[in-house]
Design a protein around this ligand. Structure first.
Ligand SMILES: [Zn+2]
Ligand SMILES: [Zn+2]
Length: 158
């Protein structure tokens, strides 16, 4: 039986262009395998763990995939700023605005799992001021705020 070509999740041209541009900036190439992982994350409506991601990729490509390969692609996608990792949940999600480097801030809904990536220059500046005052050199200033999203809050009884 002929092997089927690996099928990637469909990805909007806009995201593909952005991703290719980010990789080119770093002198890297968005290979089909890397793109497949990125596209799968874009197709998810919430952050997923590496294991969920591997299962999704295996289902789509109808073959076994070595976890190590997926971790390597995830590392690459994080390095290029296309994907973020939520420390608290150990899940991955595509960046909402990969066109420029930024510190990430996330609003995590504990009810539906939805995550909003927000960007506040004010908060980033404040954090670096606080670190300065303590003679502290942060190498990662990701902020994760847990709570209930607007949609879930509406459905909640008072
Ligand atoms: Zn981002
Ligand atoms: Zn919610």
């Amino acid at each position: 039986m002929a092997r089927r070509p690996a099928q990637a999740a469909r990805i909007a041209a806009k995201w593909r262009k952005l991703a290719e541009a980010r990789c080119a900036e770093k002198g890297e190439r968005l290979t089909p395998a890397r793109l497949a992982v990125y596209a799968e994350l874009l197709a998810c409506d919430r952050p997923v763990s590496a294991y969920e991601l591997i299962a999704l990729l295996e289902r789509r490509q109808e073959r076994k995939i070595a976890p190590l390969t997926v971790y390597r692609h995830l590392d690459f996608l994080m390095r290029t700023g296309l994907v973020h990792r939520l420390q608290s949940a150990q899940t991955y999600l595509p960046c909402d605005h990969p066109d420029h480097p930024h510190e990430s801030q996330f609003l995590l809904c504990s009810s539906c799992g939805h995550v909003d990536e927000v960007e506040s220059r004010g908060l980033a500046t404040l954090l670096s001021q606080i670190a300065d005052e303590h003679g502290f050199r942060p190498d990662n200033a990701v902020v994760e705020v847990k709570g209930v999203c607007g949609t879930c809050a509406v459905g909640e009884p008072d």
